[in-house]
Design a protein around this ligand. Structure first.
Ligand SMILES: [Zn+2]
Length: 138
């Protein structure tokens, strides 16, 4: 008798976990990219905030921008400073590509994921459905 109620409680807590994660998912909305130009440089003011929301290392995201635009970069107080003048639409497109390549679970399409390194390879692990998929090294 106690066994079955234990089982029931275990099942209940698993359901609660799933529900909690579902709620968490709803809160992940990518902040709007705030970019402006200073002379021949383009600044993404809230890069740190975007990386934090996506649960990624800001340096990883910064490097993705720099590589996509074939330019050099610096980071200052959560802002990304790119050498060169770039359009906001171009930057948004790169952010979208980053999300599709390094954040979104290819199985359940949620954004609650993290990246792990195993034996020199990088994998995207989904916190919602548990899927594991390989990702390219930057
Ligand atoms: Zn998933």
């Amino acid at each position: 008798m106690s066994t079955s109620s234990d089982e029931y409680l275990k099942l209940l807590s698993r359901v609660e976990d799933v529900l909690a994660k579902g709620e968490l998912k709803e809160r992940i909305t990518i902040p709007e990219l705030r970019a402006f130009r200073i002379g021949m440089r383009t600044v993404i003011r809230n890069l740190g905030e975007i990386a934090k929301t996506l649960n990624r290392d800001p340096k990883h995201l910064a490097l993705f921008f720099a590589k996509s635009l074939a330019t050099s970069f610096a980071m200052r107080e959560g802002a990304l400073i790119l050498k060169g003048v770039f359009q906001r639409s171009q930057l948004n497109g790169i952010l979208q590509r980053y999300v599709e390549s390094y954040v979104r679970c290819p199985v359940c399409k949620r954004l609650d994921t993290h990246i792990v390194k195993e034996e020199g390879f990088y994998f995207l692990l989904c916190d919602v459905c548990g899927a594991k998929s390989s990702v390219r090294k930057l």
